[in-house]
Structure formats: C-alpha cells, structure tokens
Design a protein. Sequence first.
Length: 259
Amino acid sequence: MYVKIVKCVGLGATSVLAAALLAGPALADGMQKRGKVKAAEPAPRACAFSPNVAVTTDYVFRGISQTFEDPAIQGGVDVTCGMFYAGVWASNVDFGGNVANVEIDWYAGFKTTTGPVAWDLGVIYYSYPDQNSPGFNVDYFEFKVGASGEIWKGGTLGATAFFSPEYTFSTGAVLTIEASFSQALPKVGMFSPTFSALFGHSDFQDLGFLSYSYWNAGVSLGFLEKWSLDLRYWGSDNDGFAAGPLGDDRFVGTLKFTY
C-alpha cells in the first residue's frame, strides 16, 4: 500500500453580478419627464448556484494520484452570494489497502479586490467518511490565502498559500505555496482555449523529509457554453519511497460540465 501524502482539492468558486434596473422616463400622470432620469437603486445581490460534474482519467492532487492511477467521477456545487462563496465537491479515491473510497471536500470563503489585485481567503475541509486507517486521521483542513492580477490582456499571474496545522495521516503542520499563470488564447472554431501552468511546494514542517515540489501545464478548451475539456501534464519530485509510482509524471484528461 502506498502512503498518501497529499489530498485534494482542487477547489473552486464562481461569482455573479446583480442587474441594475433603470427607471422609466415618465411621470405618474403618464407625461414624459424632461431632462435626465435618475437611475433606480441597484437590485439586491442574489445568490447563484453552480453545480458541476466531471470525469477524469486520473484524479491528481498536488502531483500525486489519488485513485491509484485509475479514472474518477467527480462533482460538486458552488454557491456565491456577493463576495462570499461556499461549496461541496466529491470524488472517488483509492489509496490502496481500502483506506478510503470517497473524498468529500467542504469549503467557504470570500473574494475581494484592492486595486488591481484580486484576493481569495477561505478554508477547506477534506473528509473521507468511509476511512479505515487505525491510528491515523485522514481528514484534515486547510486555510487558504490567494492573490492574482492581470499582467496583460488575457494573462493572469497568481500565488496561493495553504496551511494545515495537522495534515492528513497525522503528519503535522504543512505549508503549501503555489504560483500560477494563465493566458486566454484566440478562439478556434467553437473552442475557447486557455493555457495555464502551476508550480507548487509542500513543506512538511514536522517531517521535513516528506517535503516535495510539483508542477503542471496544460490547455483547457471551453465549448458549447457549459462544457470544458482539460488536457494537462503533471509532474513531481515525490516519486520515491513516499508516493512511489503515484508521484510519477503523467498526462491527465478531464471532461467537465457546469450547469
């Protein structure tokens, strides 16, 4: 059985802007009003729900396969209310030895901006309701702080820090730092492609020998408004005794539908 060192999430949230209703240019008696018409107050922000479902050739989290290199079926729902968001996401998993078969992630946070920088602050709880690992707790939670900004038209640079005071399998405090880049590309037929890449490092503060780095690069093709196909290459330097072949470089394809 290979020991799982890292866990999902990959996680996400959506946002919605309320519509602003303009007052009609007429008085109560039906006569046209002269001059400028004052706009009505914006309608209250409504909450938006965004369910999603996906199938992937391999559930990879931070460079490590979570399904013993087998496919996964995944799905979740995101709720956004103004600057606040919350959601739940689930996937089948396989760590070997019947440790767990299902992962359910719960997350919440808020997004705001300061000048050109967009901020994302939240918390994620990774749960495994059918876990069977005596002496270890597979469940854990992380705090998240992310910042991103557009550096040129269609190009976004970001950085995110995750901290868990007690990581999965009772491995102690872990700090993970990720740097990401994405670039929207010209539309090709019905496809809207976006290139993205990420580099991350997980620092196991209590068990330093488990620390490792990981990376990925790929293209996501949006089509038919609600569909996307992500084609991505993953790699890590955690392919030794800790993760074994589950940390090897691999190509992953993911088809996703968002309602």
